[in-house]
Write a protein that binds this ligand. Sequence first.
Ligand code: HEC
Ligand code: HEC
Length: 260
Amino acid sequence: MKQKEKLRAVLNTMTFVLCVVLVGLLISACQSNIQLSKVSVPSENKPLITKQAAEEDFAYPTKDPSVEEGKKFFTQNCASCHGFKNEPGKHNFTLKYINSVTPSHLFKSFTNNPKHPSFKGALTVKERWDVVMYLRHTLFGLPEKYEDIKIKFGSNCAVCHGTRGFADGDIHYFLNPPPANFNQFDRLYEKTDEKLFDEITHGIPWTAMPPWAGKIDKDKHFEFDEKFIWELVKYVRHFGYTTEKDVLRSEELFKGKREK
Ligand code: HEC
Ligand code: HEC
């Protein structure tokens, strides 16, 4: 008898909850109907692309920019006025300058800077990013000992950031905020090299990102000194562009797959 009553009570509560949910659904359905009828069509006063957006003409690339392509476009469009380090008679880019500006700043410098010729018409968005990465790569390229840094990144950073920098390391599930994805353009292109250096050196407060300055890797016998941290910044950056080497490497892989 008691059991039956209990069952009835449970059933009653369930019916009640169901009713509440149904009523809620109905109300929200009505509301979305109402909202739908309120949606306005783009008009003269409210164009889809704002004036500012059109002037800025800014977009992130849809795939990794190519350093090799960038070299071609730089030679054709910029080399008459610009060079590197101390080439005479040119506005030269220096390492110090490149480390102190964001990739996005470089893109905007020759896209929508009233004090500079605009290459909006001459180069597509992709081509302009290629040039940016060529500039960066020429002064601040791959780590000196690429394979060595790759291994050291693998044993110290990949547990969170993943070996390919996609933030998919073994323990990424447990971290909030999640590790940075080094392939995410709208994140990495908004930071200067100096900022990345600072974050690796001091860590990021209230996140799992630890400070690395002065740490010793006892397995591989090296210290996280300034020079090494700069090499790490180069390594973190290299996920965001492709070089001739990458192309050759992927062709090798492709060949390997085809022959199997
Ligand atoms: C007709 C000459 C000329 C051409 C062509 C030219 N630039 Fe420049 N650029 C300049 C001058 C002049 C400056 C300003 C230098 C200064 O402020 O000291 C400049 C500055 C810059 C800066 C620094 C902007 C800043 O404030 O941080 C960047 C980046 C740049 N140019 C990129 C390019 C790229 C990329 C191209 C080719 C797509 C290019 N420029 C083509 C003349 C030129
Ligand atoms: C225990 C996990 C963990 C390890 C190990 C780790 N990181 Fe991080 N890292 C993070 C997290 C989490 C963030 C994101 C913090 C945030 O959202 O501000 C981050 C952010 C960063 C950033 C900032 C990028 C950006 O766009 O915000 C850099 C650079 C970085 N890590 C480099 C490294 C390097 C290099 C190593 C190895 C020497 C390393 N990390 C090891 C967890 C880790």
